[in-house]
Design a protein around this ligand. Structure first.
Ligand SMILES: [Zn+2]
Length: 341
């Protein structure tokens, strides 16, 4: 049994906020979700100061002494390996090449686990499904298309160099209206992320609004930049707007198509779709579009067992942790790794 007086903190560092969660020795959340500003552009020392505040607030919220926190799970919005970030993303420059995990462990006096935000969210979704013991693949459309994989038993898989599960950059054979493969934010052509991301929504919207059939569409009124118009697409789709539905239908289909190759690679049994779409009223329809794209590319055995047709071989579920999933995943993992057995 883990020490009953020990607690474990999950700290999810985002571009603007740190979300923090505390669990007890039974992996049960104690006290509320806490948020502080992340200030990542000001350098890691500044953010560490913010993490101190988050830990203070967690302890106060749970009515415990801060010294009872026996381990920390930390996730960062950048690629890392062995606690060292090697790609800058949106962080200040001094984060790169620094032993972030070691320095935070030294500062707090407790062991620290560190991974990226996609893996952390996958671990959170796993932690929230207490009856699920198999593996879990998370695919999360957002600004980009992120992902994470949890192996049976609850250990995250991040690859030898922290470079696994870059699911957004799986190649898909879909061409833009001009017959070309669209260019991805990574510089390559034909990535799934070039179709399934906020960036992709903006491109699709710009191209569609230029077509004669949408001249009188409400999104063509006024001179709002397309970046802002794209944020309204969800609302329009929820109201059944034809243009918005068409764009999301294409996105969902291509997402399902790309997931088929991910499933063919890791056969997770459970695919969880994360990101903000989980909160929309058209999510059931969106899941059907994912299913159509998946069926196009996945062999039938990845849908139902050939031995038992009632047995579903790949379950699809919406994420349930919302934007707290990563912090929950990190608290859960800290408990798993650093709790006394
Ligand atoms: Zn790419």
């Amino acid at each position: 049994m883990a020490n009953e007086s020990s607690y474990y903190a999950g700290l999810d560092i985002g571009g603007t906020t740190v979300k923090a969660v505390l669990v007890n020795h039974l992996s049960e959340q104690v006290g509320p979700l806490t948020e502080v500003r992340s200030m990542v552009k000001n350098g890691y020392e500044t953010t560490f100061g913010q993490l101190d505040q988050a830990l203070d607030q967690l302890a106060a919220g749970a009515g415990i002494e801060k010294s009872a926190i026996a381990g920390i799970g930390l996730d960062v919005p950048a690629p890392s390996s062995d606690g060292v970030i090697w790609g800058q993303a949106n962080l200040g420059s001094d984060w790169v090449g620094t032993d972030i995990r070691g320095k935070l462990s030294e500062r707090t006096g407790v062991p620290v686990y560190m991974t990226n935000d996609g893996n952390a969210a996958a671990l959170g979704e796993y932690a929230l499904r207490r009856k699920h013991f198999g593996s879990l693949l998370l695919v999360a459309p957002g600004t980009g298309l992120g992902g994470g994989l949890v192996l049976p038993g609850g250990r995250g898989y991040e690859g030898a160099n922290g470079m696994a599960l870059e699911v957004g950059h799986i190649s898909v054979p879909f061409r833009e209206d001009d017959g070309e493969l669209p260019t991805c934010s990574c510089g390559l052509k034909g990535c799934a992320e070039a179709w399934v991301s906020l960036v992709a929504l903006r491109r699709r919207l710009r191209l569609e609004l230029a077509k004669p059939e949408w001249t009188t569409h409400p999104l063509n009124e006024g001179d709002t930049p397309v970046e802002e118009k794209a944020f309204k697409l969800r609302d329009f789709a929820e109201k059944g707007d034809q243009l918005a539905v068409q764009i999301f239908k294409q996105q969902g289909y291509i997402l399902g198509y790309a997931i088929a190759d991910m499933v063919r690679t890791v056969d997770p049994g459970l695919v969880v779709i994360g990101g903000g779409l989980a909160e929309t009223t058209f999510r059931d329809q969106y899941m059907e579009w994912i299913g159509e794209g998946f069926a196009e590319r996945a062999w039938p055995v990845y849908r139902n067992s050939p031995l038992d047709p009632d047995k579903v071989t790949t379950q699809f579920e919406w994420a349930s942790g919302g934007d707290a999933a990563a912090a929950i995943g990190m608290a859960y993992t800290a408990r798993e790794l650093f709790g006394e057995v």
